[in-house]
Ligand binder design. Structure first.
Ligand code: ADP
Ligand code: ZN
Ligand code: ZN
Length: 739
């Protein structure tokens, strides 16, 4: 008797498949790859995905365990998604089972049936008449029946309120058998004839050229970079391309950064189209996510909008992928499967043979490089669409000027003048809390986190010292813990302190703070924005939460309190991030009639990158930064992989990495691989974090193929290295943050 062997991918970090025996009642003909199967694993049960069916296993027959149950009658994973997951696992050198588990909706991983939720639908009963004598004197029931009669497919129970249908009236009608309730799936609506719910704006020349370029690439894979200054009407171009996609009977997938999740962004898509929109973002619950995923898979959603992981939403009729704000850091996942959704979107577009459009006012250097080398078509929008002017930039040298809570004298004057002119001011400081550290003026003690190599931030309002790296907090001490003197002073300024100071300086104007601390309440952010939209003179103080997506037409001055962090950081991407942030924040200003002004406080007023950025704009800056990267042999002119390790005891992470480094050197020699440098191991820039000691080993290669050949052989060795058991380690292919 020959057994049927099921070869499964399991949600485990081990880079291999696992064999199980098919139970007798599991007929071989009924099995296809992609089906979910419940199996025993150690003392637990797991849900695996069938990859192959085999006749033989390397595992001895008496060790081979039988699977428990088959969960799907057909594979819930369409082949295209499966192919993308295989590619992803291979490229990021991650276990296939774990990759699939990141890619699938939570409920599917947990074994829920791959079926959309059933709903209760209210319908007019066959033969029921509006003039039924039993309701002749019941106007509310008559009205309810009339409303229901307008919906021949019935009304979902959850929508009763929206149609002002009262449950009481319906219950009375039900008792008279004039209406009936049916439990079923949402009926897919017929495809629309008229996709537009709202007229389109006539495109200007630049928009039209961009639109036409993408439109003419609709038949197959083409990649475009839409580099348009803030307010140049990129979104309008997206909307019109989506309409074209819908008219061709296809679906469009739009990825947006986490921070853009504001209602404004989504509303623009929802208001424009008569279309079924599936939303997959962090505010959507697991059930809604599964429903949206299934609807997209089955061609019952026309537009799919979501954050990073929505990239893994299958589409029955894929037509177009759009990545909004393609430079945004939230597209890179920083845990588990460390994928970059923008990079994978390109792979997906190629696999599905459809066009992809990356849009940004501040494109990543990677994407600009791809545009220069001809891999992407470059589309530029240089003018603001509504006719507003680009803001003017000023560098304010604060080398010899005292800062008062982070604000110099000339900056105070500029803020005062703007308010006096009846306009709004945006003060940007990418540091929340009151002050980044507390210092004893007597002995020099500083508020260090006991678990990290980092200072704790003073939060005055809650009277706490808080570590922004591990979350540790304690009360602000009244006297120095080291010398007991009472001369503790906050050093430096965060948004809380700037807010307090601005309140004192400008008591007649409201000061509104926008950061993670002030907006943790659900609609605090929206309330703030309403105040701002009303247009009274006021000051907005905030972190990068202010930089994205919002439109503040009455802001005419953007005050950037500190840009220097980005200019002398050890991270080679810091200047790129700083430039993007400055330009994005600046882009909030002067979007209506009045032109905007941006003043940047800096100690490095002559820094070439800052000069380039402020005098010639982001693209000139980017060219300069790209040539520096080329000279230094850094991405996008080189390829990186980072092996990180952390352990409870000092030295453990390093010894594992030392061993890993020797193994890599040996493999390089054995496989005759060239052009790869091993840098390290070194302690991580923040060596201790949340009580663990961290170290890293960087691999830098001038070509991708040898790097990938090295790591695929290397990881199998690392998995079996005894020193690896004492540490937590992970490999990051194309790391974005080098810490
Ligand atoms: P971006 O996405 O590039 O930041 P938006 O699409 O938000 O720009 O457009 C900025 C503003 O210009 C919006 O208020 C939008 O309605 C308007 N706009 C866009 N395209 C046009 C156009 N062709 N004609 C007139 N106004 C436009
Ligand atoms: Zn002291
Ligand atoms: Zn900490």
């Amino acid at each position: 008797m020959s057994d049927v062997i099921l070869r499964l991918a399991l949600p485990s970090p081990l880079r291999r498949l696992f064999d199980y025996r098919a139970p007798a009642n599991m007929a071989r003909q009924a099995l296809t790859p992609g089906m979910r199967i419940r199996v025993p694993f150690g003392r637990r049960e797991m849900i695996g995905i069938l990859i192959e069916i085999a006749d033989k296993s390397e595992v001895p027959a008496d060790k081979l365990k039988p699977a428990i149950a088959l969960l799907d009658p057909v594979s819930p994973l369409p082949p295209a998604l499966f192919k993308l997951c295989l590619w992803t696992a291979q490229y990021y050198q991650h276990s296939l089972g774990d990759t699939l588990s990141w890619a699938l909706p939570v409920l599917l991983r947990q074994g829920e049936p791959a079926e959309a939720r059933q709903e209760r639908f209210w319908q007019v009963a066959p033969g029921a008449r509006l003039d039924d004598p039993r309701i002749a004197r019941a106007p509310r029931q008559r009205e309810a029946l009339a409303t229901l009669a307008q919906h021949p497919h019935g009304v979902a129970h959850t929508l009763l309120g929206k149609l002002m249908l009262s449950k009481d009236s319906l219950d009375l009608l039900l008792a008279k058998e004039l209406v009936q309730v049916e439990v079923r799936r949402h009926l897919p609506l017929a495809r629309h004839e008229h996709w537009l719910a709202q007229p389109e704006l006539p495109l200007n020349d630049e928009q039209r050229a961009a639109f036409n370029a993408v439109r003419s690439g609709f038949d197959s894979f083409h990649a475009f970079l839409l580099a348009g200054v803030t307010g140049s009407g990129k979104t309008e171009v997206y909307l019109q391309l989506i309409r074209e996609t819908l008219e061709a009977g296809k679906q469009a997938l739009i990825l947006i950064p986490e921070i853009n999740l504001g209602p404004q962004t989504l509303a623009r898509f929802e208001q424009r189209f008569n279309a079924r929109i599936a939303l997959l973002h962090s505010a959507v619950n697991d059930r809604e996510r599964l429903d949206a995923w299934l609807a997209a898979r089955d061609g019952e959603a026309d537009i799919i909008i979501g954050t990073r992981s929505a990239l893994f939403t299958p589409m029955k009729h894929p037509g177009l992928i759009i990545i909004d704000e393609e430079h945004d850091g939230s597209y890179k996942q920083q845990e588990g499967l460390r994928y970059h959704a923008r990079d994978l979107a390109l792979v997906r577009a190629r696999q599905e043979n459809i066009p992809i459009l990356l849009g940004s006012a501040t494109p990543s250097l990677e994407s600009l490089h791809n545009a220069h080398s001809g891999r992407y078509g470059l589309l530029r929008l240089n003018q603001r669409a509504g006719g507003a002017q680009q803001p003017r930039f000023l560098r304010l040298d604060v080398k010899s000027r005292p800062l008062d809570s982070g604000i110099s004298g000339p900056m105070q004057q500029a803020i005062g003048q703007t308010l006096a002119a009846g306009q709004q001011v945006l003060v940007f400081l990418n540091r929340r809390g009151f002050a980044p550290t507390l210092l004893c003026h007597d002995c020099g003690w500083m508020s260090e986190c006991p678990r990290c190599d980092a200072r704790m931030t003073v939060h005055q309002r809650s009277n706490e010292l808080r570590c922004h790296h591990c979350g540790y907090d304690e009360r602000v001490p009244r006297q120095c813990p080291q010398c007991n003197k009472v001369d503790l002073r906050p050093v430096g300024a965060g948004t809380e302190r700037a807010e307090e100071r601005l309140n004192t300086l400008f008591p007649d104007f409201p000061v509104l703070r926008v950061d993670r601390d002030s907006t943790s309440r659900k609609d605090a952010m929206n309330q703030l924005f309403n105040t701002i939209q009303r247009g009274q003179p006021c000051i907005l103080v905030g972190t990068q939460m202010l930089a994205k997506g919002h439109h503040f037409p009455r802001v005419t001055l953007v005050a950037i309190l500190d840009a220097d962090g980005g200019l002398f950081s050890g991270d080679f991407r810091a200047s790129e991030r700083m430039a993007q942030l400055i330009v994005q924040v600046a882009g909030r200003a002067g979007r209506a009639e009045e032109p905007g002004k941006v003043i940047i406080q800096t100690h490095l007023a002559d820094h070439p990158l800052l000069v380039q950025l402020t005098e010639q704009g982001y693209f000139a800056f980017a060219e300069q930064a790209l040539s520096e990267r080329r000279a230094a042999g850094l991405p996008p002119f080189a390829h990186l992989a980072l092996l990180r390790a952390e352990a409870h005891k000092p030295g453990q992470a390093e010894s594992f990495l030392d061993e890993a480094c020797s193994a890599a050197e040996q493999l390089l020699a054995e496989h005759n691989l060239h052009g790869i440098e091993l840098l390290g191991p070194v302690p991580a820039p923040m060596e201790r974090r949340a009580g663990r000691f961290r170290a890293q080993l960087l691999l830098q290669a001038n070509a991708r193929a040898p790097l990938h050949r090295l790591i695929s052989a290397w990881l199998l060795l690392l998995e079996n290295m005894p020193s690896g058991r004492q540490v937590r380690w992970s490999l990051d292919v194309d790391p974005v943050d080098l810490y």
